[in-house]
Design a protein. Structure first.
Length: 537
């Protein structure tokens, strides 16, 4: 008998069908992956299994866990099951953790709520489980708060909470999407170790087929609330019988056509830039020790060039980006755009209007109460004489058209658009005042593979057609490879490698670059490539 057996599950929310006669099984000790685009029903399948379907949901079918139909259990019984028998790891650890509670208290909470052991024993178990996920108490005491940890460390705390009572099934919903490649590799290795040592089952929800190919025993491909293809992971990725599976695979391997481009004189110059922050005080009366986030960094970005910036969390990418955008000063060195300093004794607004930024979360960077026309016109306030009336409307319409949207979309609200459309709107906002340089800060990391491919193609088109110069910051090395001419690799505040993209990926020189490339998950070659290789033997 399977540990989890979902049989012909249908789910509708206020009468709208979402899941449609969905069936899948997960065995003891198995890693099963659910993949598909946003809206396919992956997360809702997990929430239904946990008994956390949204208000207005009506379900039919059967969700059997250890032979017990969860749909027939009362809420009190489901509360006892959650955390004890079924644990869950969410995508964004900072929102899953309570910012005003210590990590020790939050791991203990799972144990104490289920009255599994007394408080002192629960504290000892919290220490034990945190150490098991790579947070030993000697370095990470129970008294630490979530904001004192990195993203990968916070995700380890969430995993510790989920496994504190040794559940039989762990559900992980996009657990590594926001993590850099080395941290992602560590978290995935941790999850595989927990499955192997505890014999628990893992249901992993992800849109990253490269992660799936290396991680999962079985793969279930979802589209519009249905499983369109399922089987052993290697067989599914080898055969790809359903066209949608092949579409996802091709989108995961997609590379934008950058084309040849004339590179001009230096536009952005960063010279010997350093930035310090005060660290925590060592004593009540001691002076704070400075922490050097950026250490004597120098590089140029030339007109028309497309440059990538990669490195692990905490390497100094964000600090350097804020300095480039003129959002904070530097202690040493200078940053200039077109020969003019970005920061003197204060921010240089004349220079700032020549740079724009596109953020990771487009929805979070927009005011949901304003219509799209007003949102993308926000950069006009940087201009000494912004367009008004008909000229303003024509500029808004042209910006929307340049990113593949219609001028009439200016009258809609941001919630009416998909994630990919929102990112197009964010790019339109960055383009509307025709800046010299755009910074893309993890601009595609939260997007599905097919939407990501569309946005990358859009960036390549804008680069060719409008001479766009950009700095592309990402932890996804595959994306960086497809959308840049040159890559800067940053470690501990320093640029350790600066080379053309192809040369860097083909033959990395610095050990740190090699470690990043080794940690990145990779897809198997497409079937036709494998077939050709076998035929040549």
């Amino acid at each position: 008998m399977s540990l989890l057996d979902i049989d012909t599950l249908s789910l509708a929310i206020f009468g709208k069908p979402i899941l449609k006669r969905l069936s899948l099984t997960v065995e003891e000790g198995e890693i099963a992956a659910l993949t598909g685009e946003s809206g396919s029903g992956k997360s809702l399948t997990a929430f239904a299994t946990m008994g956390l379907a949204p208000t207005g949901s009506r379900m039919q079918g059967r969700i059997a866990f250890g032979g017990t139909d969860l749909l027939r259990l009362p809420e009190r019984a489901m509360c006892d099951l959650r955390g004890r028998q079924i644990g869950m790891v969410f995508q964004e650890p900072m929102t899953a953790l309570n910012p005003v509670q210590t990590i020790g208290a939050q791991v203990m909470e799972t144990i104490l709520v289920h009255k599994a052991m007394p408080r002192e024993a629960a504290k000892a178990r919290a220490r034990e489980v945190l150490a098991r996920v790579g947070l030993p108490p000697a370095r990470f005491p129970l008294s630490r708060y979530p904001h004192q940890l990195s993203g990968g460390q916070r995700q380890r705390v969430v995993i510790a909470m989920a496994i504190a009572l040794r559940p039989r099934l762990l559900i992980a919903d996009e657990p590594t999407t926001a993590l850099d490649v080395t941290t992602q590799a560590q978290i995935l290795d941790l999850l595989k170790t927990l499955v192997r040592e505890d014999g628990m089952a893992l249901m992993m929800i992800t849109h990253d087929l490269a992660v799936v190919s290396d991680m999962a025993d079985t793969l279930h491909v979802m589209r519009h609330g249905e499983i369109v293809e399922a089987g052993r992971t290697a067989e599914v990725l080898r055969d790809m019988r359903h066209p949608y599976t092949r579409q996802l695979f091709d989108a995961s391997r997609h590379r934008a056509d950058l084309g040849a481009k004339d590179i001009g004189a230096p536009l952005l110059s960063v010279r010997n830039v350093s930035r310090d922050y005060p660290a925590a005080r060592k004593s009540l009366f001691g002076k704070p020790e400075p922490f050097r986030a950026v250490d004597t960094v120098s590089f140029d970005i030339r007109h028309g060039e497309r440059v990538g910036l990669v490195g692990e969390s905490g390497c100094g990418k964000s600090t350097l980006t804020r300095a480039i955008l003129g959002l904070e000063p530097v202690q040493e060195g200078q940053i200039t755009l077109g020969g003019e300093p970005v920061w003197t004794d204060r921010a240089n607004l004349a220079i700032r209007r020549r740079m724009q930024v596109v953020f990771q979360d487009p929805y979070g960077s927009f005011n949901p109460r304003h219509k799209v026309g007003r949102l993308i016109a926000e950069p006009f306030h940087l201009l000494p004489d912004p367009p008004r009336g008909g000229a303003r409307e024509r500029a808004i319409g042209a910006a929307l058209a340049s990113v593949g949207l219609a001028p009439k979309d200016a009258d809609r609200y941001i919630h009416a658009f998909s994630g990919g459309q929102r990112q197009r709107i964010a790019i339109a906002r960055a383009l509307i005042i025709k800046p010299d340089l755009i910074v893309f800060d993890e601009a595609v990391s939260a997007l599905d593979v097919r939407v990501r491919a569309q946005i990358l193609d859009l960036m390549a088109d804008l680069s060719r057609d409008h001479g766009l110069t950009y700095l592309f910051i990402s932890h996804d090395l595959g994306v960086v490879r497809s959308i840049t001419d040159r890559v800067l690799v940053m470690k501990a505040g320093r640029i350790v490698e600066d080379r053309p993209t192809k040369a860097l990926f083909d033959a990395p020189k610095h050990p740190y670059t090699r470690s990043l490339l080794a940690a990145a998950p990779t897809l198997p070659p497409p079937p036709e490539t494998r077939d050709a290789a076998q035929a040549s033997l």
